[in-house]
Design a protein around this ligand. Sequence first.
Ligand SMILES: *Cc1c(COP(=O)(O)O)cnc(C)c1O
Length: 230
Amino acid sequence: MLKENLENVRKNIKKSCEIAGRDEKEVTLIAVSKTKPLSDIEELMTYGETEFGENKVQELCDKYENISKPVNWHLIGHLQTNKVKYIVDKACLIHSVDSVHLAKEIEKQAEKKKVIANILIQVNIAHEDTKFGIDENNIYEILDEIKNFKHVKVQGLMTIAPFVQNPEENREYFRKMHQLLLDIKSKNIDNIDMSILSMGMTNDYMVAIEEGATMVRVGTGIFGERNYNI
Ligand SMILES: *Cc1c(COP(=O)(O)O)cnc(C)c1O
């Protein structure tokens, strides 16, 4: 099942790239493995999948320690400042930075561990009360501080679009995110890179790719439904 699902997602990514006239190499698939066992991850590795996403620090650390071969771990869930120290040298990319306060702690811990932490700024583009992420109107204020950090490197933006039945409803949000990324890029801010746009999940990754996503985060579409009760 995992093999077929993965092939299917890869096929859809290719299709969306064709529709958008994009090179499929521009899009990285992150297999969101939260709640799923290491055996699933290791099976996917044999099909060439190298990027895995987790939303909890503890789960990411456990899997990091126990996996048979190293992979690239993406922290995609909300990060509390007191947990930064556990993750800063384990995640290849932290997708969910939503305050200067958090970035400051990442800077501090990255310096301690002598690493550069790659981060994305999470934007709450649909202004949902239930979601983390900054308001896009505050982005320049935040970047203006983070650009001075020596051990934190902003690589782009991330968003979690609303949960909708019809993915077309999210197209306007994906478009806004892409425009925001281009606006920031055009300002050529020192130490701020805008090469990654992380958006699109199982329900809407095809629309996200059509609108410029360079990373899609797919869980259910690869692993099947999650069971939180086990
Ligand atoms: C769980 C999760 C995903 C994957 O969701 P699916 O709908 O299962 O594809 C993507 N991004 C984030 C931030 C998540 O927490």
